[in-house]
Design a protein around this ligand. Structure first.
Ligand code: PHE
Ligand code: NA
Length: 506
């Protein structure tokens, strides 16, 4: 007899957990730079259009699939249509691959949380990050592209992150995942809020805000800007890679889905616009201190923003250690709540197909992921591997998964109406025909265009000037791993009769 399904304790636990998954590093270090480089204030137009036409509709589709079919991605898709199980495993593989390197960034943030209490290294934050801390190899120069030279300053916090992840997931959805989000999400909003307010009162803050928000209306005519907007929304909302399907499957049967979806979507976007304000106010301060224009600053997004530019900012601020600790503490909390959400997808999927208990699944998967994480990314070549795998998993993997989901559900199986009926039958706020239109027409068209243009540009221009053979292995190899892993897992035999699980009467 299969156990009855785990459940969130209620609506608030679900909403906080979904926000915990959505609000991650992407909100803090990705959104501000993307907005700045894609039209500033004018970017808000494509961004809002992307949120309303793809972000929220696909988020609700994920909820509908997870809640109606009550399973993590492989089981839920299998119940939708038997041959769709493979799409679920493809999403599980994306989650696994992302988890493996995402944990590394949380480990860096954990180290920097500790380092921020004494900022004596703050004069040369670039040298500190790539030299003293990461001990980055001279790839492309004297050193090979891949080494097994471990860096203990990374390895130790990384092991801690994995232990914490395993412990939380082993405790279960209600007692582990939900509890962590109950504590970390309010704490994150307070800590990060204090940081943003402080940044706004620094000299030069207004210059930063002007740089971020001055609209370049011409950008709206550029398709690349629209792709950037849709890409940001996708990654940021954690949609189309199984997470929201899995989380929604732990909601009670009579559980409102649509209004929580809107709360999650607007909380996530609100947080990132807020982060944009804080980050650019702080960048304005840095430019002011160095007598530079904002446009002359380097490292305004990604790991360099977080681990090089931000430390430079706080080391010039009064009470720098406090604000450094708030910043890196925020990164840890935002990142950890996202990490547990992606690993829950993997763990639940194995429990459901292979009949493993929760603790068995969490320990087995956690240990394998931790080992790959340590070997691949806590070495002197870890940063480059991370950057490459991230680009392929996100820009190709997630978008491909979204294209297949919308095309199959909307066009091939024509099940959008059924999904809309499900959403409306449990929710107070009803979704109209516009929703089906977004899923059936807009989604596939926009997403396919986006996927094709990204593949073409990666083939033509490569990535970051890295060696072609390296990109073949670490970049395209990632796509091969996703596909082969998904195929193998799909073909394996179900150890549990999939229809035995409690599902909605159909
Ligand atoms: N939504 C997250 C963010 O904005 C992305 C993410 C979620 C990444 C879950 C990994 C795991 O950062
Ligand atoms: Na996000």
């Amino acid at each position: 007899e299969p156990e009855t399904r785990e459940e969130f304790s209620g609506q608030l636990g679900f909403i906080l957990s979904a926000i915990g998954s959505a609000v991650g590093l992407g909100n803090i270090w990705r959104f501000p730079g993307v907005a700045y480089e894609n039209g500033g204030g004018a970017f808000m137009v494509p961004y809002l259009v992307a949120l309303l036409t793809a972000g929220i509709p696909i988020l609700l589709l994920d909820y509908a699939i997870g809640h109606r079919f009550r399973g993590a991605a492989p089981l839920a898709f299998r119940r939708l249509k038997r041959w769709l199980e493979g799409l679920g495993w493809f999403q599980v593989m994306i989650c696994f691959v992302i988890a493996v390197y995402y944990a590394v960034i949380i480990a860096w943030a954990l180290s920097y949380f500790v380092y921020s209490f004494d900022l004596s290294w703050g004069d040369d934050t670039a040298g500190f990050f790539t030299g003293s801390y990461l001990q980055l190899a001279d790839v492309g120069g004297a050193d090979p592209w891949f080494t097994l030279d471990f860096v203990s300053a990374v390895l130790i916090p990384l092991v801690l992150v994995w232990v914490a992840t395993i412990v939380v997931l082993a405790a279960g959805v209600a007692k582990g995942v939900e509890k962590v989000n109950f504590i970390f999400i309010p704490l994150l909003f307070v800590a990060f809020g204090a940081l943003v307010i402080r940044s706004l009162t620094l000299p030069g803050a207004t210059d930063g805000l002007n740089a971020l928000f001055t609209p370049d209306w011409g950008a709206i005519a550029d398709p690349a800007v629209w792709i950037a907007a849709y890409g940001q929304i996708f990654f940021s909302l954690s949609i189309a890679f199984g997470i929201m399907i899995t989380y929604a499957s732990y909601r009670k049967r009579r559980a409102n889905l649509t209004s929580p979806g809107l709360v999650v979507a607007f909380a996530n976007s609100g947080f990132e616009v807020f982060a944009g304000i804080g980050v650019f106010a702080a960048l304005g301060f840095l430019a002011n201190q160095q007598a530079l224009a904002i446009a002359e600053l380097e490292g305004i997004s990604g790991p360099i923003l977080a681990f090089v530019t931000f430390p430079a900012i706080v080391s010039q601020m009064p009470a720098g250690p406090l604000f450094g600790a708030l910043f890196f503490g925020s990164l840890v909390m935002a990142g950890f709540t996202s990490l547990i959400s992606i690993l829950q997808v993997v763990s639940a999927s194995f429990q459901e197909k292979f009949g493993w208990t929760r603790v068995q699944a969490v320990i087995r998967i956690g240990v394998v992921a931790a080992v790959i994480s340590v070997v691949g990314f806590s070495t002197t070549t870890g940063l480059i591997a991370l950057d490459t795998v991230d680009n392929w998993a996100n820009n190709i993997g997630i978008v491909a998964s979204a294209v297949v989901t919308t095309v199959v559900v909307g066009w091939i199986l024509r099940r959008t109406g059924e999904m809309r009926f499900h959403l409306n039958s449990v929710s107070t706020l009803q979704v109209g025909r516009w929703w089906s239109f977004c899923i059936i027409v807009l989604g596939p068209v926009v997403l396919t265009y986006m996927l094709v243009s990204r593949i073409v540009s990666l083939i033509q221009d490569g990535y970051e000037g890295y060696a072609e053979t390296y990109l073949g292995v670490a970049g395209w190899g990632t796509v091969v791993v996703l596909l082969v892993g998904a195929a193998v897992l799909t073909l394996m035999r179900w150890r549990v009769e999939p229809d035995k699980f409690d599902a909605w009467p159909t």
